[in-house]
Design a protein around this ligand. Structure first.
Ligand SMILES: C[S@@+](CC[C@H](N)C(=O)[O-])C[C@H]1O[C@@H](n2cnc3c(N)ncnc32)[C@H](O)[C@@H]1O
Ligand code: SF4
Length: 370
């Protein structure tokens, strides 16, 4: 794999804050419902230690973007967020570095948002999932329509994004449309739209659910496309829609195969050097991570795996990538498989990306790279 790097690979920082008030029955993220107080400052301290111990992985690079994800980062104190940001200020690539923090409606008041902005956050990601009480109950959420509306209003004038889930039990095309209309009316400039996935090791996996059928799902996706495009949003990735100029810089770095340093319990990293690309994972238990921020897992991506890893990321970008945007030289084996996709009309000729047909059946298109 030697010699793959074309440029210095951009590096983003992901900070995992695992706090949750309750465990949602569909979620398999690395979370804890342990009390925040008592551990909040200790975790912030451990995170800073972790970053400061990662100079070999950072390799002199500045963070292109920063993302506080969870869990529910809005449960952390503003002091701990400010402490983390103040401690790494000299590591930002510029004054405009995108710094996102995820919030849940049950703790996203106007005051809290103001304090977070003062602390240095410049983009809020709000996990609404739905504005419909029946759907929120079906998802086991601890917020209702009223608090979802209030939290959305609190985002007025702020660079922000909302997460919606579709394919919820008993969801109809009408209730989905109402969810989407609420976001459009609220003038939110970015939206992540996820189909509910039933993950192993979740409560939903063991439950009999009355999920909408395939036909309803297809209708929902068509409604989303029509309604969002009509209102000035463009899809730029499988689940991501944005008004022009509001695409997530942090997530784009993942899909463009940039590097990311993950800190916090259970966080993932991907780091490249001249010789290899390595994926790391931090230990999951909160107490263990606070004690010792070592990685439990360390896996070098082999030449064989690289093709599929590249395809699973690059091909998610709706309009593809120009050669000049690539940070690594595409391996000969990747290009050979790409040629097959070109011949079958699934992949683009002038850019690295999928055609309309290839994008519609993206999972199948990606299979070409195994
Ligand atoms: C890690 S969660 C954190 C956000 C925040 N804690 C919340 O729940 O609102 C990020 C997003 O992933 C999505 N998500 C989590 N589990 C999912 C699942 N099983 N299917 C679809 N989307 C899911 C939700 O939209 C959620 O907002
Ligand atoms: S969906 Fe969000 S709030 Fe619910 S358990 Fe997962 S991270 Fe926590």
């Amino acid at each position: 794999m030697k010699g793959l790097l074309l440029n210095k690979i951009p590096l983003s920082l992901y900070v995992h804050l695992p706090w949750c008030e309750t465990q949602c029955p569909y979620c398999d993220f690395s979370i804890t419902t342990d009390p925040v107080s008592g551990n909040d400052a200790k975790l912030a301290e451990a995170i800073i230690k972790d970053i400061n111990q990662s100079d070999d992985l950072i390799a002199g690079r500045k963070f292109k973007s920063i993302y506080f994800g969870g869990g529910t980062p809005s449960l952390a104190s503003v002091e701990s967020i400010k402490y983390i940001l103040d401690s790494i200020k000299e590591r930002f690539s510029s004054e405009e570095t995108e710094i996102t923090l995820e919030m849940n409606p049950s703790n996203a008041s106007e005051d809290k948002i103001d304090e977070l902005l003062m602390a240095g956050i410049n983009r809020i990601s709000l996990g609404i999932q739905s504005y419909n009480n029946q759907e929120l109950q079906a998802l086991g959420r601890n917020h209702d329509r009223e608090s979802a509306i209030q939290a959305t209003q609190a985002l007025k004038g702020i660079n922000s994004t909302i997460d919606l889930i579709y394919g919820i039990e008993k969801q109809t095309t009408e209730s989905f449309t109402a969810n989407l209309e609420k976001i459009i009316q609220s003038n939110i400039n970015h939206l992540s739209l996820y189909q509910l996935t039933i993950e192993p090791n979740t409560i939903f996996y063991k439950k009999e659910l009355m999920l909408p059928d395939e036909e309803t799902i297809e209708k929902i996706e068509l409604i989303a496309k029509e309604l969002l495009e009509k209102n000035g949003y463009q899809q730029y990735e499988v689940s991501s829609w944005a008004k022009a100029g509001y695409e997530s810089q942090h997530n784009l770095n993942y899909w463009q195969f940039g590097d990311f340093l993950g800190v916090g319990p259970g966080s993932h990293s991907k780091i490249s050097n001249e010789q290899e690309i390595i994926r790391y994972r931090k230990i999951k238990p909160l107490g263990g991570y606070i004690q010792n921020q070592r990685s439990t897992d360390l896996k070098t991506i082999s030449d064989n795996e690289l093709d599929i890893d590249l395809a699973m990321n690059l091909l998610r970008i709706k309009n593809g990538l120009q050669q000049k945007d690539l940070t690594i030289a595409l391996p000969a084996s990747f290009l050979k498989k790409y040629q097959r996709g070109l011949d079958e009309g699934l992949l683009l000729k002038d850019r690295i990306g999928a055609t309309q047909k290839g994008y519609r059946f993206l999972n199948e298109t990606i299979q070409l790279f195994f």
